[in-house]
Design a protein around this ligand. Sequence first.
Ligand SMILES: [Mn+2]
Length: 260
Amino acid sequence: MGKKKIRLVHTSDVHLGVDWRADLSERAFSRVIESVGLLEADALLVVGDVFDHARVPDRVLEFYLEQIGRLQCPVVTLPGNHDLYHEDSLYLREPFLDAPPNFCLFEDWAGQTISLPELGLDLWGRAMSQHTPEFSPLAGMPKAAQGHWQVALAHGHFHFPEDRDQRSSPIWPEEVADAPCDYLALGHWERHVEVSQRDTVAFYSGSPLGASPDDEHISVNLAELDPETGVNVRQVFLSLDDDPGVHPINASEIAAGGVR
Ligand SMILES: [Mn+2]
């Protein structure tokens, strides 16, 4: 069977539980959840730093899971450096025992594939236990299975060729170029940035609010994987208010001040 056309919403760095604007980060994530339906996406990818720190109260964990429970489609979460996966990880706390069935989490430090056979999609990522220069988010990515899309999730710092400083969780241009995936969904940076190399399409989504030119919109990445036209990724903005009639808009409309 050949690949089919699928659409993925990609977000990261939501920082739920952040002290200085906890309410806003929750509203933003709730709009990310609604974007999945508005954009008719097949799955939601949350690429690290969902939570701002490991001591967020259970209420914040419950909020995240409740929001995921609003969707029918898979929601795949990769731990980041603010919400590490280790023995004391917040992902091992009680609320996660009651996670909705569509909640999927990368838990393997060496890397694991989460397969969504109904979409012909394999998702690969490594759970981060330590944010250090030695942790290599892309190391060990397997070859794509024939007839499946392979999308990789990675939370780390992309080093442009001219970068000289050694940062934690590094992602190098050559690694991206050689990565055997159709789309590399990145997290860790606040803003939306494309870092595609050769044939590998790679984007940071930016945080829902951090990539926005104001605090009245959120943005997400919409990745469309089409067997005929290839992989197309664009940044989509939505109004932060929950008027059910709002429709996705684009950045230039916001820049022009034409959207309320
Ligand atoms: Mn991060």
